[in-house]
Ligand binder design. Structure first.
Ligand code: BGC
Length: 754
């Protein structure tokens, strides 16, 4: 659109290479008349008010002012900080002459990350912004996805954005929506699971929540940053059709539903081309096909030269601060030289700046300055607890072992630092919690990944359980010595083992085993006490060689600021465990498309193609340990009267859900479309889900509308979604492997825009 503005050749010809910014401004001054004419033209019908305001602002701004918007400086306390920055992850300076505030960009996969900001004489971090911590960690996004409840993701997003704004932060690097293609990916805990509909809906809702507070959110990492090993160099190889129907579809849904102000391109390559140099992904798919109006920012250091601007990048992130000078990063002096030499059209710089400004305007950043205010820590913790309550997945409950009986006399609580806190994930999503970490991290040296921070949020399951079961004696053993723990377990009525698996950005998990001696610990305790319950605090799926020997298993992920309380509620029955798996749990690595995770130049994702997670298990006809969508409740639910109909051009499924047990509970009915075998697709796709709380005996009718793309395949040759004519079956069930009702409906052939 903007390239049309640069029709006059004379000012451009006057702009010889190697001329400085001032000269460039003079030589581009000839475009002023054109700008005025454009400003006088009526806005195109599609343009929102934000687009129009941004376009007008861009026309008033000289090249240096536009240029300031297209790179951010790295903060994190490790670099020199420009005046005005609050010390977050990235900073773009304010331009008061144009009413543009600074962008204060901060990580927020789980909550507001407080970067270490005080440094010692060597420049190494010794403190964090907000001293004792100033942020409330939510449960990890994978846990949030286990809630299958976008309303909770919205509430969580709004809460963390409120905390950000109170600290002067107006952009959150949240919305991680990479699919869990690789269960050993060290960042899966930051993402929303393996299915595009679930992940896209949850991320979209989180983004909407964040942006409801006048704080911009990203979605990241575009695209296929599905493992950390070799992430800066490896190529994620995947065919176009599979990519459109899976990893890209998750982003597409998150963007449609959340309208994030920015999209962050990742570190890796896709089909041999770096994410941030990938014109197909950025220009063709994101900006042309999806008509994305916001800006593309790079991940920190993921730029590969000024040509990234032609590929669709609008802003390079994390440059070294250059004392107000342009610096020699990709979009620093090299960008202005490229414009002067016409290697990069000036209109492209205008477009880049306009995209940044329209997202800032659309989210109210130019109209509502951040209002620093004290946090309401209690209210925020309550939000985290409400979310956590629906993230816990009860995987096994033999003979009704849980909930714990009120009259249980003696419980042995073992391991996982459950006396003081709950585990959190590491890396840029790490939150330094209000109240400080429950255990002082040893060697807090960010320069040394061998001594990472492992932070336990200060929410003690032991204390919370003692509160809920005041008549019960609860003894704690740290689990370091299995024999000692087993002796305690033997003396108790019930043993509860807390097992942990720490995961972090930058490091993949070597395998799906629980680290260290925890399997042996569980075996020893289970041998000593048949009433053994295992609570898992893990980044994602783990192997469970002891599963047959324990009575119950509760997956708690990284449960956040009030995780201990949420776990105690579920164990004691104060709350129904309402989570369902957002990712399949394999029996072991041999069931995966790639038994090993390797540091290779390329990863062949065409092995499974579109069949990510449960679709792979279905296609292979293999049985996972626990299926996608699975999770038990303390009550049981029935489904009846499934009926498909067409309504406003969409297929709608109506059905009745009943609580057939004698306790209140929360159900997650799931719809799956069976794809015709000739389509070449995996057997079934998640097509809709609900979340419903029911009293004992209560029944309600739900109506879910199915996105037409879930009946379609992507035709890469014509760049369209295509629905083949025929009858389609939709199944309703409790998980991807427990489908209880079905109905079918005839659809005519259709072709849908990408
Ligand atoms: C991560 C991003 C993060 C950025 C800024 C990168 O290493 O991949 O997710 O937003 O750092 O901290």
């Amino acid at each position: 659109m903007l390239s049309a503005r640069r029709t006059s050749s004379s000012p451009a010809q006057a702009c010889a290479p190697a001329h400085g910014a001032r000269r460039l401004r003079r030589c581009l001054g000839g475009l002023g008349l054109l700008a005025w004419m454009l400003a006088a033209m009526p806005a195109p019908a599609w343009a929102s008010e934000a687009d129009v305001r941004a376009a007008q602002l861009v026309q008033r701004m000289p090249p240096e002012a536009l240029h300031q918007l297209v790179q951010s400086y790295a903060m994190m306390g490790l670099k020199r900080q420009p005046p005005g920055s609050v010390g977050a992850a990235g900073y773009v300076s304010a331009q008061p002459a144009y009413g543009i505030p600074a962008l204060q960009e901060n990580d927020a996969g789980v909550g507001v990350n407080n970067y270490p900001i005080d440094v010692d004489a060597r420049g190494w971090p010794i403190g964090v912004r907000g001293a004792a911590g100033a942020a409330t960690p939510l449960p990890s996004p994978l846990g949030m996805a286990a809630s299958w409840n976008p309303r909770l993701a919205y509430a969580g997003g709004a809460m963390i954005a409120g905390e950000a704004r109170a600290q002067g932060i107006n952009l959150l690097l949240a919305g991680g929506v990479n699919l869990a293609r690789e269960p050993r990916n060290g960042r899966n805990f930051e993402y929303f699971g393996e299915d595009p509909l679930l992940a896209g809906s949850m991320a979209g809702a989180e983004v909407r929540g964040i942006q409801s507070q006048h704080v911009i959110s990203t979605v990241k990492h575009f695209l296929l940053n599905a493992q950390e090993t070799d992430r800066l160099a490896l190529s994620a190889d995947l065919g176009e059709r599979a990519m459109r129907e899976s990893d890209l579809f998750a982003f597409e849904l998150a963007i449609e539903q959340g309208h994030p102000g920015a999209v962050m391109c990742g570190y890796n390559k896709v089909n041999g081309i770096y994410d941030c140099s990938n014109a197909h992904l950025l220009n063709d798919v994101l900006k042309r096909d999806w008509k994305y109006p916001g800006w593309v920012m790079t991940d920190w250091g993921a730029d590969h030269g000024v040509s990234d601007a032609l590929a669709g990048v609008d802003q390079v992130s994390g440059e070294d601060y250059a004392d107000g000078a342009q610096g020699d990063g990709s979009f620093g002096a090299p960008l202005m030289r490229a414009i002067a030499s016409h290697a990069l059209p000036y209109a492209r710089l205008q477009d880049m700046a306009q995209r940044v400004l329209r997202s800032m305007i659309a989210n109210g950043l130019l109209d509502a300055a951040p209002a620093p205010k004290p946090l309401d820590a209690l209210a925020d913790a309550q939000v985290a607890q409400n979310v956590a309550a629906q993230t816990l997945v009860l995987l096994k409950n033999a003979s009704g072992q849980l909930p714990l009986e009120a009259g249980v006399r003696h419980i042995a609580l073992i391991g996982g630092h459950a006396d003081v806190g709950v585990l959190s994930g590491g890396g840029s999503a790490q939150v330094w919690p209000i109240g400080g970490a429950a255990i002082k991290p040893e060697h807090p040296d960010l320069h040394d990944s061998a001594s990472p921070w492992v932070v336990y949020d200060p929410s003690s399951p032991l204390q919370a359980l003692r509160q809920r079961l005041p008549q019960t004696r609860i003894d704690y053993d740290d689990g370091r010595r299995p024999a000692r723990a087993a002796a305690l377990a033997k003396s108790a009525d019930v043993a509860i083992v807390f097992a942990t698996q720490w995961a972090a950005e930058g490091i993949d998990l070597p395998d799906l085993g629980l680290p260290e001696h925890q399997d042996a610990l569980i075996e020893a305790v289970a041998a000593a006490n048949p009433h053994t319950v295992v609570v898992l605090e893990t980044g994602g799926a783990v192997r469970m060689p002891w599963l047959g020997k324990v009575a119950a298993v509760l997956e708690a992920w990284y449960p956040g600021a009030r995780g201990g309380e949420a776990i105690a509620d579920a164990l004691s029955g104060a709350a129904d465990p309402a989570g369902r798996l957002p990712t399949s749990f394999p029996q072991d690595e041999s069931q995966l498309p790639r038994p090993r995770i390797g540091a290779d130049d390329a990863v062949d994702y065409d092995i499974e193609g579109v069949a990510v997670g449960y679709k792979w298990f279905d296609r292979q006809r293999s049985t996972p340990l626990f299926a996608f969508g699975y999770g038990l409740s303390y009550t049981h639910f029935g489904y009846a009267h499934l009926q498909l109909a067409k309504q406003d051009g969409r297929v709608t499924a109506r059905f009745e859900v009943s609580n057939d047990g004698d306790r209140a509970g929360v159900d997650t009915p799931q719809l799956y479309v069976d794809m015709p075998p000739e389509s070449g697709e995996a057997p079934r796709r998640l097509a809709g889900f609900g979340k419903i709380a029911l009293r004992p005996g209560e029944r309600r009718t739900l109506s879910l509308s199915i996105d037409p793309r879930l009946f379609a395949v992507f035709d890469a040759a014509t760049d369209r979604w295509r629905i083949g004519a025929g009858r389609y079956t939709v199944e309703l069930g409790h998980s991807s492997r427990e489908l209880v009702l079905h109905d079918d409906i005839a659809l005519s052939a259709a072709s849908l825009a990408p």
